[in-house]
Design a protein around this ligand. Structure first.
Ligand code: ADP
Length: 547
């Protein structure tokens, strides 16, 4: 036989597609007795195993078939983190449908837009969202049925012509469904961004992108997931697939604990302790509430060792509190819906192990370094790549196999340039690859042609013991175009004067970065995903300096 030329040489490995169903099949076969524990909307705690979950997912996949769902149909969910939501993830994607998680915290008008734009065939909902569903249903005529994720006894009493009961649909089916061997590029799930500017945009993930992302986030320098972990994702399954945890956990055989609708400090702490949770993940605002609860109760988490924070910058004071007061490692991560979502995680390299506590803390306030699979660069206004010297800051662009190539049902926009996706974040990258967000492009303060980072100023202000939350916005200024304006809310009973607030910055930033004015408010406005609504603050206070 002639030796093949290199150009003709293909690898001789099995061509198994990377499929979401394979994650659950693996968990059933090799971690079948590992538990999934959920606080249910019905009020009680439910527990079962990966083996049980796999059986019910096959029943649900058959139920979707019986309802007439066709390949590629979108299955919407309005649900908290729980086992039925987990089942919907796998039953829909695994059988060739698209799991469309919907953020119930959005305004009804946005929800109506999203459900109609996605053309959801069915929408599954937690019973707590029954009033919302009753309000939405008349405006979403394309939805063939609304499936209440409960049993007959707990079925909500709402007037809905196409109301179906989840447990009844399952009970009618056998468990003999076989997961189809789909092409790994098949669409698997859909998430809409929160639409802080304009209509929400859909990001359509594939089986391949989801499995690769799961592998990457499980690695030791990322979230370091294993079968020895018990993970409680506080980040909702309607917020970028709970950062990929519902896929990565069965991949490694980790125990899962779902908190349902109760995300307050007391309810979370109860589950952390009763289920021996050692890893959790959520946004800074939730962790603020948790830290406050632990302090009030003088509680020390018994088993919790790793806390992932992302979605917004983690201030140094929060990192210190988790690590020094409560003995948990804080993993600062960054990403976005368009990135599945994880792009960077802040873990030290070998050469950092001897770092002083101060140096480590300074590094941890940054967003970390890219996982394999994510390439990143920073560019200036002209699109020229800037040096990775930790000083130059520019628009952050990314590319890789789990980064969106275009939005669902939209013409390509200006976010995609030369194969890169512009994240809308402004950042520095240091020679070791550590990225630090200095702003979102629309929030950066452009003062006399120079850029001032609103996030850097906010991080300094929230470290003040009297301050609950702080936001720095660009206020219009006659001479400098824009100048920083500080908006502060204080902790209950605390006091702080304008002068004391400004003095807090002295010696911490260049003089020309100092905010020009301070506004004190009861509370800062937040978006549906827990981020400070700077647009609203700009509308309210953006003209303050011109008066
Ligand atoms: P959106 O809020 O745009 O709907 P996401 O929830 O996907 O969408 O949020 C993505 C954005 O959140 C990022 O572009 C970034 O600005 C911000 N973000 C995420 N993680 C961090 C972090 N660790 N530090 C600072 N900002 C972050």
């Amino acid at each position: 036989m002639p030796t093949p030329t290199p150009a003709a040489l293909s690898g001789l490995m099995m061509d198994s597609p990377l499929l979401i169903s394979s994650l659950l099949e693996h968990a059933d076969r090799f971690h079948g007795d590992v538990e999934i524990v959920s606080r249910r909307s019905e009020g009680d705690i439910h527990r079962y195993t990966y083996h049980d979950a796999h059986r019910r997912c096959r029943q649900l996949a058959k139920a979707f078939q019986r309802l007439g769902c066709q390949a590629g149909d979108r299955i919407g969910t309005l649900a908290w983190n729980g086992y039925r939501h987990f089942e919907t993830y796998f039953a829909s994607s695994g059988s060739g449908l698209v799991c469309h998680t919907i953020n119930p915290r959005l305004f009804p008008e946005q929800l109506r837009y999203i459900i109609n734009h996605a053309a959801d065939a069915y929408v599954l909902f937690d019973i707590g969202f029954a009033p919302l569903v009753a309000q939405l249903a008349p405006a979403c005529p394309g939805v063939k049925g609304w499936i209440a994720m409960t049993d007959r006894a707990h079925l909500p009493s709402i007037e809905l012509p196409r109301l179906l009961c989840y447990e009844e649909l399952l009970a009618a089916e056998e468990e003999d469904f076989c997961w189809p061997q789909l092409d790994e590029r098949t669409a698997s799930s859909l998430c809409y961004t929160s639409g802080t500017t304009g209509d929400p945009k859909g990001v359509l993930y594939s089986h391949r992108s989801t499995v690769l992302h799961s592998l990457a986030i499980a690695l030791p320098d990322a979230l370091n997931l294993s079968s020895r972990d018990t993970i409680l994702p506080v980040v909702p399954m309607f917020h970028v697939n709970a950062w990929g945890i519902p896929y990565a956990a069965p991949m490694v055989g980790a125990k899962l604990v779902f908190p349902g609708p109760k995300l307050d400090g007391a309810s979370l702490t109860e589950l952390f302790d009763s289920e021996a949770v050692n890893l959790t993940a959520g946004v800074p605002t939730v962790w603020m509430g948790l830290l406050q609860y632990w302090r009030e109760q003088q509680h020390r988490p018994q088993t919790l060792r790793r806390v992932v924070v992302g979605g917004a910058a983690a201030p140094a004071s929060m990192i210190e509190a988790f690590e020094c007061e409560f003995g948990c490692d804080l993993l600062h991560a960054w990403g976005m819906s368009e990135m599945s979502p994880v792009g960077t995680v802040n873990t030290p390299k070998g050469k950092h192990l001897q770092q002083s506590r101060e140096a480590r803390l300074a590094q941890q306030t940054g967003q970390g370094r890219p996982l394999w699979g994510v390439d990143m660069r920073i560019v200036n206004d002209a699109g020229i790549a800037l040096p990775h010297d930790g000083k130059a800051f520019g628009d952050l662009q990314v590319k890789g196999p789990w980064i969106c190539a275009s939005y669902y049902g939209r013409e390509p926009g200006k976010e995609h340039v030369d194969g890169w996706f512009s994240t809308g974040d402004v950042a520095t990258i240091d020679p070791d690859g550590y990225m630090r967000i200095t702003d979102r492009s629309k929030d950066v303060i452009k003062s006399g042609g120079e850029w001032i980072s609103s996030i850097a100023l906010e991080n300094i202000m929230v470290a003040h013991p009297a301050v609950a939350e702080a936001a720095v916005i660009a206020a219009r200024h006659d001479k400098w175009d824009e100048r920083p304006l500080l908006v502060v809310s204080l902790k209950p009973g605390a006091s702080l004067s304008r002068e004391e607030a400004l003095a807090w910055f002295e010696g911490k930033v260049a003089k020309w970065w100092l905010p020009d004015e301070v506004v004190f408010v009861e509370a800062l406005p937040h978006t549906a995903t827990g981020k400070v609504q700077k647009l609203k603050l700009r509308e309210q206070f953006g003209q303050t300096l011109l008066k």
